[in-house]
Design a binder for this molecule. Structure first.
Ligand SMILES: CC(C)(COP(=O)(O)OP(=O)(O)OC[C@H]1O[C@@H](n2cnc3c(N)ncnc32)[C@H](O)[C@@H]1OP(=O)(O)O)[C@@H](O)C(=O)NCCC(=O)NCCS
Length: 151
């Protein structure tokens, strides 16, 4: 299976919103993605394309010296094939290319699968935001990935 990692474009958004609705309990809207792509100069979104269709995506905001991962998701049928890993790696590589070595994200406490992925790429638990997720009051784990000399 050929997996292409590339920048997200507006033609991807239908497929992305479909995944977003499948995966998240408080999904982002189509308009949010359009705004992110057209107007948010701090944002970078990438997709994983298989058979000419986006089957996963990831996004990041570059804020001063930090990269904040906004979302990363893979269509259920395509999980366990290394696509999440390629997307995360793509975001890390993009940050590095901009001279940004600190990256952070929030992840649901119950989402051990995503936490495993982030840990595999050097993210470490740095704390908890209590009841961060409004749909079920679940805590968020805050994770950071930093250069050794910045810890
Ligand atoms: C998290 C997610 C993006 C992973 O995507 P994926 O393409 O299935 O992941 P990969 O195949 O690249 O796996 C990479 C690593 O993730 C972890 N992982 C993936 N599936 C796992 C599973 N079923 N159980 C435990 N760990 C798992 C492992 O660390 C794995 O590395 P390994 O294969 O060396 O063990 C995907 O599960 C997903 O879309 N989940 C729903 C959305 C979500 O929770 N996003 C994160 C929000 S913060």
């Amino acid at each position: 299976m050929d997996i292409i990692i590339r920048d997200m474009v507006e033609d991807d958004i239908d497929a992305i919103v479909e995944i977003e609705n499948e995966v998240f309990s408080t999904p982002w809207s189509r308009e949010s993605f359009i705004t992110e792509i057209r107007e948010n100069l701090l944002a970078k979104y990438i997709v994983a394309e298989v058979d000419k269709k986006a089957v996963g995506y990831g996004g990041i905001w570059l804020i001063l010296t930090e990269g904040h991962i906004t979302n990363i998701a893979v269509k259920e049928r395509y999980r366990g094939l290394g696509i999440g890993e390629q997307l995360l790696n793509g975001l890390i590589t993009y940050c590095m290319s901009k001279g940004i070595n600190s990256m952070t994200l929030e992840v649901r406490k119950s989402n051990t699968i995503a936490q495993n992925l982030y840990k595999k790429y050097g993210f470490i638990d740095y704390g908890v935001r209590p009841r961060y997720y409004s749909d079920n009051n679940e805590d968020a784990i805050i994770m950071w990935r930093k250069n050794e000399n910045q810890r």
